[in-house]
Write a protein that binds this ligand. Structure first.
Ligand code: AMP
Ligand code: MG
Length: 337
């Protein structure tokens, strides 16, 4: 019943959008994938075109999910040694490389820790002993990949939640391009990939939320290509005894990162990188993140929002970022751009 309702709703939304856009060949579809709401907008030649994006997302989810029993990563997590598909080998190798280059701030091996905290399932504040035991199973250095085979301790679990959405967004755009669709935008729960332009403007405008009031925008980024990924405390959290615990962990402590940042947004051509780095910068905090940006290890631009309401925009993004100068910090103050 439920799925029939949602697919009829989808059709209605699609028709409405097509009518609204006065017959011009842009369509928007909303679907649910990767545990989040996905929106695809693209200039299409046939109504079936957008299916290529949805199929790509389904395939990626079926490979990299750790909760779908038959997904490759879920199976890898149950073993100490596995032969990898070439896509998974490449993705894991890149994840380990980014982990190294970010000093472990991005860590794709936190599965035991994230399961323990169980933020999405209601939340649990672990004891020191539980934390220490989980962290012992999260050591990236214990993983090796050689000739398509990954080896890891039995307890170590990959959690690719911090990089797969950005990766998937880029791949879905590629799938649309393969269909001849150059103008497209896909939003996977705040990880947005764009290509070309929208119907009535020269650039896509990608909104970034104000982390203090997530119903409001911090501003928007204009782009014709690339991926914008955002990590913020407001995305997933739970409250216990008056304390808010969010879903981005500092691998050094095992606790939700308390780096002085409320949000980190990253713009990069590479979707995997945009996503992984948004998480990493969030964990690093302003000072480390700025030094990392200056080091030039990776090509990216970023926006950092600090706990005290300052918005830091990297040099290469200043021309593309249009701030909402009305964005509030609290009842009486505005954010400082
Ligand atoms: P994101 O929203 O992209 O910042 O990703 C956050 C998700 O990645 C969390 O829900 C966890 O599943 C996982 N995660 C949390 N902390 C980290 C971290 N420091 N490095 C890598 N993945 C993490
Ligand atoms: Mg991320």
């Amino acid at each position: 019943m439920k799925s029939r309702f949602s697919s009829s709703l989808l059709v209605i939304l699609t028709i409405l959008f097509t009518l609204y856009s006065c017959g011009a060949p842009y369509e928007t579809q909303t679907l649910f994938a990767m545990d989040t709401v996905v929106t695809v907008s693209a200039e299409t030649h046939s109504p079936d075109d957008l299916a290529a994006a949805a199929e790509t997302l389904a395939a990626i989810e079926n490979t990299f999910s750790r909760t779908r029993e038959d997904a490759e990563i879920a199976v890898v997590n149950t073993r100490t040694e596995s032969t990898l598909s070439s896509e998974t080998e490449q993705l894991l190798a890149k994840a380990l490389e980014v982990s190294k280059n970010t000093g472990g701030a991005f860590s794709p091996t936190l599965g035991r820790l994230t399961s323990l905290w169980n933020v999405t399932g209601g939340g649990y504040v672990p004891t020191d002993e539980e934390l220490a035991a989980a962290l012992a199973d999260c050591r990236m250095q214990d993983v090796s990949i050689t000739d398509g085979t990954v080896s890891k301790p039995a307890g170590l679990q990959f959690d690719l939640g911090a990089c797969v959405k950005g990766y998937a967004a880029e791949k879905a755009i590629e799938a649309l391009k393969d269909k001849g669709i150059q103008n497209a935008m896909i939003n996977i729960g705040g990880n947005v990939a764009v290509s070309g332009k929208p119907q009535k403007a020269e650039y896509w405008r990608v909104g970034v939320k104000n982390p203090f009031y997530p119903d409001e925008l911090l501003g928007y980024i204009t782009a014709n290509d690339g991926v914008i990924a955002v990590s913020g405390t407001y995305e997933r959290f739970f409250e216990k005894d008056g304390v808010l615990y969010h879903h981005i962990f500092d691998p050094a402590t095992g606790f939700p990162a308390a780096s002085g940042l409320k949000e980190a947004a990253v713009y990069a051509k590479d979707g995997f990188l945009a996503d992984a780095l948004s998480t990493a910068l969030f964990v690093m905090g302003e000072k480390r993140a700025s030094a990392f940006y200056e080091s030039g290890v990776y090509a990216f631009e970023a926006i950092l929002v600090t706990d005290d309401g300052r918005v830091v925009v990297t040099a290469g993004l200043k021309e593309r970022f249009v701030p909402n100068t009305d964005a509030a910090f609290d009842d009486t103050r505005k954010l400082i751009f």
